[in-house]
Design a protein. Structure first.
Length: 130
């Protein structure tokens, strides 16, 4: 009874999508991503080739290329994407297809506010400064 629903992208399973070339996958992407894939397919294919070689050698895959569209060949890979400060590890899943790598490595950290300093509020103006 607890059958997990198999992930599909535009009616195709991951296994079917992995058999496609990068330019063939572009037909199933949205219009903006399709245009980006078709213009930069060589860059994406080069990235995939380098990624497969590094994975076979057992090395970590690190990149500064935040603008690359995620294609089926990347599904299952762990890619560390540069956020401008450090590398953030991203595990690529089927739901990420058609998105850019940079979307999953935020460049701005969440603000952590501390307590207000002495004199910052009216109530703290008369506190001792010990």
């Amino acid at each position: 009874m607890d059958k997990k629903k198999e992930f599909t992208y535009r009616g195709m399973t991951i296994d079917e999508l992995k058999k496609l070339e990068v330019r063939e996958f572009a037909k199933y992407a949205t219009s903006r991503e399709k245009r980006s894939i078709l213009r930069n397919f060589q860059k994406i294919e080069d990235f995939l080739n380098r990624a497969k070689i590094k994975v076979e050698k057992g090395k970590k895959l690190r990149t500064h290329q935040r603008e690359i569209i995620i294609v089926p060949g990347m599904v299952g890979m762990q890619i560390s994407v540069y956020s401008g400060n450090n590398f953030i590890p991203v595990l690529i899943t089927g739901e990420m297809l058609g998105h850019r790598l940079g979307e999953f490595a935020p460049t701005r950290a969440k603000i952590k506010h501390g307590s207000a300093g002495v004199g910052a509020t009216k109530g703290s103006k008369h506190k001792s400064k010990k």
